[in-house]
Design a protein around this ligand. Structure first.
Ligand SMILES: [Fe+2]
Length: 134
């Protein structure tokens, strides 16, 4: 069973964002599989790199959509993205310094972040965009 199961309850009502989130869930599940299978740090390291670069791309994607449609929650939402990226960069730094417990410790953080951020903040933006674009 996957570490995070995509479910319709996670849909924010806007396909373009849902597709990104599905991809993010897929990368987190890949990291979980690597940890479960006891893969070495080079495998986990590559997945962590992929996760961080996809996440920053995805945040910019959401921010562009919010900006171009005049989403009033833009600044608060963007601040949440910046806080998350800062936390992720700290974790990545520990990993780069040789802390091998990072991949396993990252998983609950990622699960909590993905589900909370999607269900609360992205949900508002998704519905706003669906109204504007629909
Ligand atoms: Fe977001």
């Amino acid at each position: 069973m996957a570490f995070i199961e995509w479910a319709p309850a996670l849909s924010v009502g806007f396909d373009e964002i849902d597709e990104d989130h599905k991809k993010l869930v897929g990368i987190v599940n890949k990291l979980s599989d690597a940890v479960t299978e006891g893969q070495g740090t080079s495998v986990s390291g590559n997945i962590i790199e992929e996760l961080l670069s996809y996440t920053s791309w995805h945040f910019r994607h959401e921010e562009r959509l919010m900006q171009s449609h005049g989403d009033p929650s833009f600044f608060d939402h963007k601040q949440e993205h910046m806080d998350l990226l800062e936390k992720a960069a700290d974790i990545k730094k520990r990993f780069d310094e040789g802390d091998q417990s990072v991949p396993e410790e990252m998983l609950p953080f990622l699960k909590d972040w993905l589900t909370h951020h999607i269900l609360e903040t992205d949900m508002k933006t998704g519905h706003f965009l669906a109204d504007k674009a629909g």
